[in-house]
Design a protein around this ligand. Structure first.
Ligand code: FE2
Length: 265
């Protein structure tokens, strides 16, 4: 089974380059299952119904989220769509599903989204949250993909090894900076600390440089605006033996695009 995992889509620049990549790289025909992190898809923060509709036209199979899941007031409605999952380690009773079982061209796929706890808002333990869901997912599918949305590389490394042999792939998201450590762990789990992002590679993590630099210089909160220069798609392709759920390979996928100067909405 060939799976493509697309890094955090940041605003209109990210959505634009994503559409180009689907067209020019013929992504839909190359992969059995496509996952994208969409927590920054609407103006850099959260997701709206309109943006979800736009992304659904690309026939992406599953959208994962993160710490910005609830930034837009429509989030609760968006989470009713069964292709969208939110982090599983939020308190009980929160709207939406923390994992999903999906159909692909090569059989079923379980996807679970987890939030890290280091340098982030407090949430339940991601390690134990996976443990509590593992049997439920394994009953349905041998292929289990984890989006670990976290800041600290150490926490991501640790979850990778903790899930080695149980998850098919542990893919890090959130930092928007791709790491050069795609590997297959000893018990055949594919791993990368951070897949990167789909958005402007000229700004600071997808946003215009000036407001972020000013925030660091003054310690005064600033409104961050999505950047449009040099958009790029950053993703990883994972090949999995669907009979066992174990990974065969993981490699990077990049798609650089032209400048896009449209105004963000
Ligand atoms: Fe995030």
């Amino acid at each position: 089974m060939k799976i493509l995992f697309i890094g955090d889509i940041v605003g209109r620049a990210g959505r634009g380059i994503l559409k180009d990549a689907f067209r020019y790289l013929n992504l839909r025909s190359k992969y059995d299952f496509i996952i994208a992190n969409a927590e920054n898809a609407a103006g850099g923060f959260g997701i709206t119904n309109k943006v979800l509709d736009e992304l659904l036209q690309l026939q992406i199979d599953c959208f994962t989220m993160g710490n910005h899941t609830f930034d837009k007031k429509e989030a609760e409605q968006v989470l009713l769509n069964d292709r969208v999952i939110r982090p599983a380690n939020l308190p009980p009773g929160v709207v939406g599903a923390g994992y999903g079982i999906f159909n692909s061209r090569s059989g079923k796929v379980a996807v679970v989204n987890l939030l890290g706890r280091i340098f982030m808002q407090p949430v339940d333990c991601p390690f134990r949250s996976f443990d509590s869901l593992y049997n439920l997912m394994k009953r349905e599918s041998n292929v289990i993909i984890v989006d670990f949305h976290a800041e600290a590389t150490s926490e991501k490394n640790a979850l990778g090894y903790y899930l080695d042999g149980r998850a098919s792939a542990v893919i890090g998201t959130h930092t928007h900076v791709p790491t050069d450590d795609c590997k297959i762990l000893p018990n055949k789990t594919a791993y990368v600390t951070d897949v990167g992002m789909t958005g402007s590679s000229a700004g600071i993590i997808g946003f215009k440089k000036d407001s972020i630099i000013q925030k660091f210089l003054t310690c005064i909160p600033k409104k961050f605006e999505v950047d449009f220069e040099e958009p790029q798609l950053q993703a990883v392709a994972v090949e999995i033996d669907e009979a066992t759920g174990m990974a065969r390979s993981i490699e990077r996928v990049f798609y650089p695009g032209k400048n896009c100067c449209e105004k963000e909405s």
